[in-house]
Ligand binder design. Sequence first.
Ligand SMILES: [Zn+2]
Length: 334
Amino acid sequence: MPDLNKKSNKVVIIATIVTGLLLFATIFAYLLANQTNHGIKLKAQKSTDNTSEQKLVAATISLAGSDKKQQSNQNSTEPSQIELSAVLEKSEKTIIQEASTNDTIETKSIKSTSEETTSSETEQNSPQNDDYKYIALTFDDGPYHDIDLKVLDLLTEHDGHATFFVLGSRIDGDFETIKAVIEQGSELGNHSFSHADLAKLNYDQIMAEINLTNAKIQEYTGVVPTLIRPPYGSYNEQVLAALPYPIMIWDHDTIDWLTQDAEQISERLEETLPGSVVLMHSMYPETLAALEQTLPKLYEQGYRFVTVSELYHIYGVDLVPHGRHSSPADELGR
Ligand SMILES: [Zn+2]
């Protein structure tokens, strides 16, 4: 029976090899099915979920739960390891990109909402509001810190600004005041250096009066004034031709220089009309007293206090170099 024994041995060996191969094939199929599962699940979740956050959660669940489902997926098409890595990598990139896109959209949306809010707030607070009556208070002959600084405080309390036409000869001794004018948001103008009557000067003298003063103002504040108020309101053709700036007179004089009386100055102030440029002076305590009394009343009546430049801008009237100006309302014929 040696042949029979040999045959039995061969059968056993073949059976063992076949069994081994089958076992190997089963393990191989199991491993491949497990890998395939990841790719399929990621793809499926990607197409159905709405937000990238949900996708990330779903992908994690899919990866964690794939072991339990391996039996039913054994016959799936088997992508190679390289393809699988590519799918995983692509999914992550897509998720990251989509997440960042969503973030961008949300940021833009928040931004545009806040811009809309800001612009509507600006419109509400805009000085273009037709309900207000705008005037430009002007103060000549300063700086006088005792009075000017209190005037600035009063203006600030009433959300206002003014224009201060200063003398170059006074600036070195009171430069803190002109700096305070600029810091408060008010405007500086040029009232000559020595309070000279410009109509009585020659060209060189006129230019010296104006340029020296502008240089002093620039030295302390960095600002170069563009408005000239000639002392006494006095000018002639030569003055207009010489100075490449608007010559700013006024259309409403409180005559504080004449009366030096708070009650009378107040009465004159209350007669101010919208769009007026109002003449006052820095050196009289009575002018300050009149303002303390009258500014709150005018504010209550809807008056708002702006610089000369702002007033012309509000009225849409250009300030012209070599030109003579009184007030935008006056120039428009009221
Ligand atoms: Zn003056």
